[in-house]
Design a protein around this ligand. Sequence first.
Ligand code: FES
Length: 153
Amino acid sequence: FEQQPLRVQINGVAKQLSVEPRVTLLDLLREQLHLTGTKKGCDHGQCGACTVHLDGQRINSCLTLALMTEGAKVTTIEGLASGDKLHPMQEAFIKHDGFQCGYCTPGQIMSAVACIGEGHADTPEQVREYMSGNICRCGAYANIVEAVMEVKN
Ligand code: FES
């Protein structure tokens, strides 16, 4: 496939890239840009491990073609901290043990930040509903909800 130009801002840095039309945003991030914080679980939109923000909205990067991000702003887990200061949601996940193996954690945290940002964190039930697309095989759900509620309040 012929490569096509892509201009996109990734974690605040403007990029001019060449991308094949069939490449997903997830594969662009991991394989071309070596931003491996974003994880590939199912590659089918079912696990949430690949969650990133596109212009502030959460998306599954495995279901998004890279070329669809032309002119947009993408934020990944690598872009959440400010220098060596972690994002409050990252701090809360550590404090509340919101993970065990950690594989789903980048996606969980990107969803959790969007959960509050999009106004779906008024109650633990709302958080559970909004976060239901982020699967944790270790079952850390209760602690994840606690972390989100702490950052919200
Ligand atoms: Fe995208 Fe599972 S890797 S939802």
